[in-house]
Design a protein around this ligand. Structure first.
Ligand SMILES: Cc1cc2nc3c(=O)[nH]c(=O)nc-3n(C[C@H](O)[C@H](O)[C@H](O)COP(=O)(O)OP(=O)(O)OC[C@H]3O[C@@H](n4cnc5c(N)ncnc54)[C@H](O)[C@@H]3O)c2cc1C
Length: 239
């Protein structure tokens, strides 16, 4: 039963995401046919135009660019949080169809690791105990889908899962504003940060000011603010 580490890959995205969004925005303000409009967008750098559009809050144009990620090395605890984002599409490794009899992977929280080797050993032995319970129930229930779906009830939140997820750029900006914040839970924050890093590589203008809300304004957390805005801003701007 191995410990698993976060892995994130931008599997696919709308070709030329920024041109596509700029073209969509120009549709609103132009009487040109599409071949002329496309030529206009191809000819001239659209960065300044797109920045103005995003700054003005005309964010629906960003819904024309989609980004699909493959995520593994994350816990079922993370799954419960990320699937709260309704403007996203998810495909998740099934605990009914996939038997974990060979051993489930798991995530060890950094704070448990920081307690030292004894703590990690204790955590790992608890995982091994749950693996034994799982196998015990599989044996009692017989092989196949039916036994997996009931044996999994003894598996922990730490259990690793695989998620293919798709969000459009508008939803990603919203997701990053909530989940890159220091107030977000550590695991989903690490995932959001890595997703943002990869988005910036392919759509630097759209995601220029993406990140927690304090990147582009005051912290909305009030008394619960981390108080570390200067470092947070610096970190996300140089991501
Ligand atoms: C730090 C933190 C702590 C949290 N703690 C808890 C907790 O203790 N308990 C808990 O249950 N949840 C908790 N959540 C989850 C949170 O309440 C949201 O469910 C989650 O962040 C998804 O956000 P969303 O609804 O804005 O986003 P999405 O579902 O991604 O939707 C994006 C936006 O679309 C619009 N939208 C979507 N659906 C609707 C709709 N039906 N009606 C109107 N507008 C809609 C809204 O403007 C919304 O902001 C927490 C989240 C964070 C970041």
């Amino acid at each position: 039963m191995p410990e698993k580490q976060l892995q994130v890959e931008l599997l696919a995205y709308t070709p030329d995401p920024e041109k596509t969004c700029a073209l969509a925005a120009r549709t609103c303000y132009s009487g040109l046919e599409y071949d002329e409009l496309k030529a206009q967008v191809d000819e001239k750098d659209q960065a300044a135009f797109l920045r103005r559009i995003v700054a003005s809050g005309h964010l629906s144009v960003l819904e024309h660019a989609s980004f699909t990620f493959g995520v593994s090395g994350v816990s079922r605890a993370l799954l419960a949080q990320i699937t709260r984002h309704r403007i996203a599409s998810f495909s998740v490794q099934s605990q009914r169809y996939v038997s974990l009899a060979e051993g489930f992977g798991y995530i060890i929280p950094p704070r448990i690791k920081a307690l030292g080797e004894d703590a990690v050993e204790e955590f790992e032995s608890q995982m091994a105990q749950m693996q034994a319970w799982y196998q015990g129930w599989q044996d009692k229930l017989g092989n196949g889908e039916g036994s997996n779906e009931d044996a999994r009830f003894v598996l922990p939140n730490a259990c690793e899962t695989h998620i293919t997820l798709t969000m459009n750029a508008r939803e990603l900006l919203h997701f990053f504003s909530l989940r890159c914040c220091n107030r977000a839970q550590w695991e989903i924050r690490a995932l959001a940060k890595e997703m943002l890093r990869q988005c910036k590589l392919v759509a630097p203008v759209i995601f220029e000011y993406a990140g927690p809300a304090c990147i582009s304004g005051p912290c909305p957390e009030g008394a619960k603010s981390c108080g570390d805005m200067t470092n947070v801003r610096e970190m996300y701007r140089s991501l």
